[in-house]
Design a protein around this ligand. Structure first.
Ligand SMILES: Cc1cc2nc3c(=O)[nH]c(=O)nc-3n(C[C@H](O)[C@H](O)[C@H](O)COP(=O)(O)O)c2cc1C
Length: 252
């Protein structure tokens, strides 16, 4: 059995790990730790394989997701660490994910960094993962299979990234709802991984809790939620210019 375990606010991390699981073959069980109501998860069978997928936020694993991962317990299973990032860089996220996986009782055998559309600035890496990315996932799946079969070994020190990790950081911009478009259906409040949206007044966001993950933008049927304002537009222009060159997946 392959277990996929992921935090994925805008679905690209989930899609990446599910593609990898499909390419590896066998039965797959999904554990989604994105919702705020996530509970403890124990994965008991030592011969199972676990794929842990995390998005990169400011060069790290989102701290909320790292907290949720601490509620997952493994039993020495072979684990594949996967980071998904928006074409800027993954910095220390992949080493951090390998470290967390080990601390939670898994045995990392491979680690990969894959690219997806940037959820805050979707002009960057637009529509990725695309078909060349799928081809790379297929190659990575083969490497993972070889590692499981003992044909090659994982060198944890080869994983790109630094310890100590870079300082965690949030982004100073948050999605806002347009009151005239909001029908107060509450879908965004129910789906927000951080519990930052008041279900009674879903057009309001608690910016102190909001992690800017963009899930509310994605799930709003009315297109009421967006990043707005001058700071977003200026930051976007600069970001797109600096990060438009296509980066390719890497693995270790
Ligand atoms: C708060 C925040 C910070 C981010 N920081 C980075 C980053 O440091 N490097 C990068 O390349 N992409 C960054 N991204 C983009 C995400 O890693 C990317 O969109 C990823 O595909 C999101 O995964 P998901 O679709 O599973 O939510 C950031 C996104 C958010 C919301």
């Amino acid at each position: 059995m392959i277990h996929t375990l992921f935090f994925s606010a805008t679905d690209t991390t989930r899609r990446t790990v599910m593609e990898l699981a499909a390419r590896m073959g066998g039965d797959v069980s999904q554990h989604d730790i994105t919702p705020a109501r996530v509970q403890d998860i124990n994965i008991d069978e030592p011969s199972d394989i676990v794929i842990i997928g995390m998005p990169v936020y400011a060069g790290r694993i989102p701290s909320l997701a790292a907290e949720r991962l601490k509620r997952v317990r493994g039993n020495g299973q072979a684990a594949i660490a996967v980071c998904v990032y928006g074409n800027r860089h993954y910095d220390d996220a992949l080493v951090e994910l390998c470290d967390i996986a080990t601390a939670q009782g898994f045995r990392p055998i491979a680690a990969g960094a894959f690219i997806a559309e940037h959820c805050i600035f979707p002009e960057v890496a637009r529509s990725r993962p695309d078909s060349p990315d799928t081809g790379k996932i297929e190659l990575f799946a083969r490497l993972c299979r070889d590692r499981i079969d003992g044909k090659s070994t994982f060198e944890p020190r080869s994983v790109n990234g630094n310890r100590p990790y870079r300082k965690p950081g949030g982004v100073p911009i948050h999605p806002k709802a347009r009151r005239s478009l909001c029908v107060e259906c509450g879908v965004c409040a129910g789906e927000c991984p951080a519990g930052a949206i008041d279900p009674a007044h879903p057009y309001l966001t608690d910016n102190a809790k909001c992690i800017s993950c963009c899930r509310c933008i994605k799930v709003c049927h009315r297109d009421a939620r967006k990043f707005r304002g001058l700071l977003y537009r200026l930051a976007g222009r600069k970001f797109v210019k600096a990060n438009s060159r296509r980066r390719e997946p890497e693995w270790f």
